[in-house]
Design a protein around this ligand. Structure first.
Ligand SMILES: [Mg+2]
Length: 371
């Protein structure tokens, strides 16, 4: 397969309300959409690392320029046998998984179209419908949080995830467990703690949470292994796993019992599938995480989440959860309260409205095959 043209669009989407985590409060989500053309076929994909390098060293700006000036020109016009060969071709460049993911997603989506196969089938999934979880950002009022959780339980969400940060944690966890003794829930620390908080993590064991997500430094594996050896609650890694190699190191060092897989963070669907398969072989639970993508990126998450070892409900949200106006039409909706359904079509079901994109565009560029 050969890419003939790439249209690269950096967007910044305003959230309905700020997303509050251990690394700050955010009113917008920055991502990059790519429209790729290959021999008459045409797809839209997305990679979303946020506006600034706060979740990881990449930002929507760095992804835009790396795609426009380096990665795009490096792949355009060349023939590739499969998606793995594309990623291999980019392997001379270090890091930058979100930028590489955009290229990887283009090839998977185009392959889906060319083979007339839904993307989840192309990835090897048999399921077409999975449950998702409910997520809540850091809130000032525990009563507000409990009310939101009660609503989620009424709808039937199979699990709840809470963002916590130092000073807004143990009291919240205790209140949630007391109010909902049987609730499956976990907390996401977004790397906000160190091993100095070991006694806090040990205290959390008594609340029987499903996991504690990314408790320590965003780049660490070994201290997570030290932590996992001393607490009962399963450790889930998110920010620390930026590649298949990171996942292998984490599993080998027993740094976690769970991995949250975000395609952008690990370099795309090819790496996501490899980590999913590694987890299946090693008995590590995994689940699909979100970067609050628009519906284009959410579509990719939905297709990925159909793989069989994603046994913990995903972070996949309806368009109305974060955005007044999503970029896709029709918008992403949950089915039967708390399920997402994969598309029955090749990857053409999550097409953005170009007028909506124009309203949110920061900058755009087009590169074509000059050969
Ligand atoms: Mg996380």
């Amino acid at each position: 397969m050969r890419l003939d043209r790439l249209k690269i669009v950096q967007v910044s989407l305003p959230l309905i309300r700020p997303w509050r985590t251990a690394y700050g409060d955010h009113g917008t989500v920055g991502g990059v959409l790519v429209n790729a053309c290959s021999e008459g076929d045409d797809v839209w994909v997305e990679s979303t690392p946020f506006d600034h390098p706060i979740f990881c060293p990449e930002s929507s700006t760095s992804v835009f320029f790396n795609l426009r000036d380096i990665f795009g020109p490096h792949v355009i016009g060349k023939n590739f046998d499969n998606t793995a060969s594309v990623i291999n071709h980019l392997s001379s460049f270090r890091g930058n998984p979100f930028a590489k993911a955009a290229i990887d997603h283009c090839f998977w989506a185009l392959e889906s179209v060319k083979q007339h196969k839904p993307l989840h089938k192309l990835l090897g999934a048999e399921r077409h419908k999975v449950p998702v979880g409910a997520d809540f950002e850091v809130m000032d009022s525990i009563d507000d949080l409990l009310a939101h959780i009660a609503q989620a339980i009424d709808i039937g969400f199979p699990r709840v995830k809470l963002k916590v940060r130092p000073g807004n944690d143990t009291e919240v966890i205790r209140a949630v467990r007391k109010a909902f003794p049987d609730l499956v829930f976990h907390v996401d620390c977004n790397g906000g703690y160190s091993l100095d908080s070991l006694s806090t993590f040990k205290e959390w064991d008594r609340y029987a949470m499903a996991m504690v997500e990314q408790p320590l430094h965003h780049n660490d594996i070994l201290e997570h292994a030290q932590l996992q050896a001393q607490i009962e609650t399963p450790v889930c890694l998110d920010e620390s796993v930026k590649s298949v190699r990171d996942a292998e190191l984490a599993v080998r060092n027993k740094a976690c019992k769970v991995i949250n897989i975000k395609p952008g963070r690990v370099g795309g669907l090819t790496a996501s599938k490899a980590i999913h398969d590694l987890c299946a072989d090693e008995g590590v639970t995994c689940w699909v995480g979100s970067m609050l993508e628009s519906g284009v990126g959410a579509g990719i998450l939905i297709e990925l989440a159909m793989l069989p070892n994603f046994t913990y409900p995903a972070d996949i949200f309806p368009s109305t959860r974060f955005y007044h106006q999503d970029l896709v039409s029709p918008q992403i909706e949950l089915q039967d309260g708390f399920y997402v359904k994969a598309s029955t079509q090749p990857f053409t079901g999550y097409v953005p409205n170009e007028d909506q994109i124009a309203q949110q565009t920061v900058r755009s560029a087009e590169i074509t095959d000059q050969s």
